[in-house]
Ligand binder design. Structure first.
Ligand code: BTN
Length: 230
């Protein structure tokens, strides 16, 4: 049974599950109408104004062989958006949700230990009708459609928990690859203090990005690299 907790306002649903994990009944879905300290990857903030986006975190015990959680989460988000609105969204490696070349949402996957047990938190933020963004987010955009936020978060949680029961890497791999819009594009990334430029040529079975830099193929793993498209 999924335990659902809703807040009108909270700092961050990811922070809430981390701080309260020891007494939450799992799996647990925490949603909020607004976040005052929404977080993204690489220490960035995630702008989460009241009611114009959907913000939630799913906390659960991941199966041992479910080691592709964030790609699976990205695929589930795209599927739910398609079901509810008919809109096809894309994925910018690693796990940003894009529409027409602009970021409309993201995924913050975190793993931590509570009383010796490893727990996984998957936080999702999607801009639905947000029109104005802070100046430092020139590439941010919105889906441009209101959706039933409860339905989106609940069906997402149920779909991801289903995959957790029977992880099917191939199915997710195929859909993730099909939704990746970075392939074929020139990208740049920093590695050991040096900037590299090359062409994204695809992903390998571990969802690492393969970049061709003048004939040398670099295999980039999500934890280490921030990638820019040109
Ligand atoms: C990113 O863009 O790098 C990831 C954004 C993740 C935002 C969501 S909103 C709900 C949850 N709570 C947070 O503080 N972050 C995630």
């Amino acid at each position: 049974m999924l335990n659902v907790i809703h807040f009108d306002e909270i700092t961050s649903t990811n922070d809430y599950v981390r701080e309260n994990a020891s007494f939450l009944t799992l799996p647990c879905l925490v949603t909020a109408k607004q976040q005052t300290k929404g977080r993204g990857r690489e220490g960035k903030s995630f702008y989460s104004p009241k009611d114009t986006g959907v913000y939630f975190t799913l906390l659960f015990r991941a199966s041992e062989n479910f080691d592709f959680i964030t790609p699976a989460a990205a695929v589930c988000v795209c599927r739910e958006i398609k079901k509810l609105t008919g809109i096809e969204t894309q994925i910018k490696w690693v796990n940003d949700i894009f529409l027409e070349g602009k970021k409309i949402g993201g995924i913050l996957g975190e793993r931590f230990s509570v009383k010796g047990e490893s727990l996984t938190a998957v936080g999702i933020g999607i801009n639905l009708t947000t029109k104005e963004f802070p100046e430092d987010l020139p590439l941010a955009s919105s889906l441009g459609k209101e959706v039933d936020k409860n339905q989106l978060s609940l069906s997402f949680a149920n779909s991801l928990l289903e995959i957790n029961k029977r992880p099917n890497r191939e199915e997710i791999f195929t859909e993730y690859s099909n939704r990746l819009f970075i392939v074929g594009k020139t990208v740049s990334f920093a590695l050991n203090g040096k900037i590299f430029r090359g062409k994204a040529v695809g992903i390998n079975e571990d969802f690492n990005l393969l970049v061709d830099c003048e004939g040398e193929i670099f295999t980039l793993s999500s934890g280490e690299i921030s990638i820019r498209t040109e």
